[in-house]
Design a protein around this ligand. Structure first.
Ligand SMILES: Nc1ncnc2c1ncn2[C@@H]1O[C@H](COP(=O)(O)OP(=O)(O)OP(=O)(O)O)[C@@H](O)[C@H]1O
Length: 584
């Protein structure tokens, strides 16, 4: 194929305009009023919407591409309770009447996602109800991180938060309702459902991922958990990166070791340097590796490196890429990992054209740059966009960059936060979507609750109704795109929750022991913190308890470090077993 062909013709226009600053109630954190095709870049201070900001208006026409199948699961329709007068719950902000909830479209560990219609704009949106946000400080911190990042990262290839419902009470709220733009499916489903994707599809998918990543990395943000399920997709081939719960902002002056010790990403998409704590410094290259794995999965129709455990993951990588050269092995810090790789029988790289016989040679040349074993050899997102594979399609004007996010926005990462601290920070974040309230808040108004119940009350009932319907026989199976509803630990990727069977179970198998150990260790401190009123032993009886159900009181940093140690221990233990079994 090569070049961009039809696709280039399909990219109709991108407009770059200078817009006046939207009115804002906050001098230091103005919140732009965005419409679905308007995106602003955070400025130096990490705030979107400063005056003379660059607004990118996207108007892509994908008509050159065949529509893809987006599997739509049987969904649950919910009708409004006719006996409830919405106006009863009308607030001065008009929230109660604004969204008409339609059906459940997904479930994650943090809650249910429903589609709805925004009566202000007529747009369909996705509303995610996050239950019991403050049950555990680490979960709440993850949510804070995610909503903050998504407010600051405004890009057509990153999912957009359109609104967050105002909670009825500043000090007592438990659930939050986040309004996203609605997407039809995710890349995992798309890959499963489409066996007739064309070279143009592959090219355009990769282009969007890299373009989004160029922007995210320019903001000094590393996603750290890129995988097909975290890429939302529409039938018209539009992709958007979502789930920034494990993302981190890197600050130049911050000791990397502190920031990155908690790293755990989904194994199949995890860069080799993370499989054995090989390198001291994690870089944006970890996301590039994941994008390489995702691209390969599109081409193959199945995961490239479906490792059953960390050692198997390394075996699969080296089976395909060959054993790394001595200089790459020499950089490995973990002695056992170094020994394991050095003593591994020498493997030659499999030619990419053998593994992907039908793929465009230019695509494969770029894939090799994304899947370089040594992170220093991996292309950056920006370099990859300039690769000949995208010639005719890429254009730096269409690939906006941004300023690094201000460290002030993420000051909370350096502190040990209490539940009340996180609640206040999340509340402050929510106010970004409520300019009048924000203004009052910044003036020092200390309203504990509002005169009128907010629209959240109505949503609570509607979501309760949805969840109830989903529990009914016949409804549950088709209730959403995924069925698991376990909340995970802030540092646990989804696969860490023991899954009943199938591929998810396979993916999660090596983490249960670690999670259990982490649970045990953290529960000890939880018991201590709670004066012993909380029985770790009882909770440990349940093999299916997710880490986060049990971990909660220990400080975020301590807890995540615990998980990281477990991660390393597991890696080291597996490698040690292998090394021990090697002939001397
Ligand atoms: N904007 C959206 N449009 C349509 N569907 C969405 C949207 N956001 C999320 N979903 C659906 O809801 C599901 C759960 O969402 P999400 O992954 O954000 O929840 P979570 O609680 O953070 O999950 P996780 O357990 O993966 O951390 C997704 O798998 C997806 O199917």
């Amino acid at each position: 194929m090569g070049g961009g062909g039809n696709l280039v013709d399909g990219v109709r226009r991108w407009l770059f305009q200078r817009h006046p600053s939207p009115s804002s109630s906050s001098s230091n954190s103005p919140q732009p009023i965005l419409n679905s095709s308007t995106f602003s870049n955070p400025d130096q201070s990490g705030n979107a919407g400063d005056s003379n900001e660059l607004i990118v208006i996207e108007d892509l026409d994908f008509s050159g591409l065949k529509l893809i199948k987006v599997p739509i699961p049987k969904r649950i329709h919910v009708s409004m309770d006719p006996h409830k007068k919405d106006t009863e719950f009308f607030t001065e902000y008009g929230e109660a009447n604004r969204y008409q909830i339609q059906e459940v479209v997904g479930k994650g560990s943090y809650g249910v996602v429903a589609s709805a219609v925004d009566s202000h704009t007529g747009e369909k949106v996705a509303i995610k109800k996050i239950n019991d946000v403050f049950e555990h400080v680490s979960d709440a911190t993850r949510i804070l991180r995610e909503i903050k990042l998504l407010r600051l990262l405004k890009h057509p290839d990153v999912v957009e938060i359109k609104h967050i419902m105002l909670p009825p009470s500043r000090r007592e709220f438990r659930d939050i309702y986040v309004v996203f733009e609605l997407m039809e499916s995710d890349l995992h489903q798309v890959i499963k459902a489409n066996d007739d994707l064309t070279p143009e599809h592959y090219q355009f998918f990769l282009y969007q991922l890299l373009r989004g990543l160029k922007y995210v990395h320019a903001a000094n943000v590393f996603h750290r958990d890129l995988k097909p399920k975290n890429i939302l997709a529409n039938a018209d081939c539009k992709l958007k990166i979502c789930d920034f719960g494990l993302a981190r902002v890197s600050f130049n002056d911050a000791p990397t070791a502190i920031f990155w010790t908690d790293y755990v990403a989904t194994r199949w998409y995890r860069a080799p340097e993370l499989c054995g704590s090989f390198f001291s410094k994690y870089t944006p290259a970890i996301d590039i590796w994941s994008v390489g794995c995702i691209f390969a999965e599109m081409l193959l129709g199945k995961p490239l490196f479906p490792g059953k455990n960390v050692v198997h993951q390394l075996d699969l990588m080296t089976d395909f890429l060959g054993t790394p050269p001595p200089e790459s092995i020499a950089r490995i810090r973990n002695e056992k990992a170094r020994r394991y790789l050095s003593s591994m029988r020498k493997k030659q790289q499999v030619p990419f054209s053998h593994k992907f016989p039908k793929a465009d040679p230019l695509a494969l040349r770029l894939l090799e740059r994304l899947l370089a074993f040594d992170p220093k050899d991996r292309a950056s997102a920006e370099d990859a966009l300039a690769d000949p594979y995208f010639s005719g399609l890429s254009n730096s004007e269409r690939e906006p960059s941004t300023q690094p996010i201000s460290k002030l926005e993420f000051d909370f990462e350096r502190k040990k936060l209490t539940k009340d601290d996180v609640r206040e920070l999340i509340y402050r974040e929510i106010l970004e979507y409520h300019p009048q309230m924000l203004e009052e808040y910044l003036r020092g108004g200390d309203q504990l609750s509002f005169m009128y119940p907010s629209g959240v009350d109505r949503f609570k009932r509607q979501f309760a109704h949805l969840e109830e319907s989903q529990g009914k026989p016949g409804a549950a199976a088709g209730g959403g795109r995924s069925t698991a509803l376990h909340r995970h630990h802030a540092s646990l990727p989804r696969e860490r929750v023991p899954a009943p069977n199938g591929e998810a179970a396979e993916e999660s198998s090596d983490v249960e022991r670690r999670a259990a150990a982490a649970v045990a260790s953290t529960l000890e401190s939880e018991e201590a913190d709670n004066g012993g009123g909380y029985s770790a032993r009882n909770l440990m009886k349940s093999a299916s308890i997710s880490g986060s159900k049990c971990i909660g009181v220990q400080s975020k940093t301590d807890k995540e470090d615990t998980i990281a140690e477990e991660e390393d221990d597991e890696t080291v233990a597996e490698l040690a077993d292998r090394v021990a079994s090697l002939p001397n």
